[in-house]
Design a protein. Structure first.
Lengths: 188, 188
């Protein structure tokens, strides 16, 4: 079993070091990303769409060249456990998702995913074994076409100094930066 | 010069391998995150706010335990080159930002940051040398209070099967998943 260029154990080691814990979602994520990588659409360069912000983006960042900071991975907070790898120009992609029908064959995995058991009643060893054993058997895939507004690279454009905070910001955002327009994450 | 637990060269190696290229923004990002780490507010656990989606989030992910997938880093697309590390419970944080006034002392760095030169006229060696030489001298910091709606951990709540697509989604999103409510990144 390989995840990208890593063995299972190497991948788990990376997960612990980058993500901070051995999250079951990252093990499933490993299978999801690996399945997508094995079924890449034609073309030289691909970008990634991740349909949840929980766990899965880190599997994409560890196993593909796509990260949040280089802009090749986009995260949409749709709450679906799915990843699409798509050819940058055409937007043609392969989407791999956790198939809830197939999941029924794996009771511990199913119960964990649908939160049917309180955490203290979960058997984490059985859970991880089932996730590992199930592997790609709980996944399905489909071809998708990514919307043009997502594939188009948005240029930053000119940079200006915000007259309110004095910091640099993209002029396309308006006469002052978005933080000074009320979107600051801070009090005051 | 250290970035987190890495030497400068180790950090650059990590940047190339994770981010895919030696982006100048990640070198500045290294100084920003390191400065924040050295001035952490009191408390055991901290989360990160990154005020741009360009480059900087990868410096946070490489140098702190905070990633997009583990939820400890939040990215706000405000276009400001700033990172805040804040104590999880209290929201008290230290914000480190690129200070445009201080930047004036470094012409190549300044011209690159404000896009005053076409790319082909840039001297990338001089640029990297100035960024490295300037280091924390172009940064300023301030204490901030992160808004409670950001510090509060939002629970996912119950998971249901979407009646339209058949995939699992957080029931709090409504009677069907957000993708089926029109937020799908795909055509159809």
């Amino acid at each position: 079993m390989k995840f990208g260029s890593y063995s299972y154990d190497e991948y788990i080691h990376l997960v612990k070091s980058f993500h901070g814990s051995m999250a079951p979602g990252l093990v499933i994520g490993g299978f999801i990303v690996e399945t997508a990588l094995q079924n890449l659409p034609e073309g030289e360069f691909f970008d990634a769409v991740c349909e949840t912000s929980v766990c899965l983006p880190d599997a994409v960042q560890l196993l593909t060249p796509c990260t949040i900071g280089n802009g090749w991975m986009k995260v949409f907070d749709l709450g679906r456990f799915a990843v699409t790898l798509y050819e940058k120009e055409s937007g043609k992609g392969i989407r791999v998702y956790l198939d809830t029908e197939k999941l029924k064959a794996w009771p511990e995995f199913h119960a964990w995913f649908f939160k049917l058991k309180p955490k203290r009643e979960q058997d984490s060893e059985a859970l991880l074994n089932q996730i590992k054993e199930a592997g790609a058997a709980v996944l399905s895939m489909e071809e998708v076409q990514v919307k043009p507004e997502i594939t188009i690279k948005r240029r930053m454009g000119p940079t200006a100094v915000c007259p309110q905070c004095g910091e640099a910001y993209p002029l396309r955002d308006g006469a002052s930066c978005l933080a000074c327009q009320g979107k600051s994450p801070y009090v005051n």
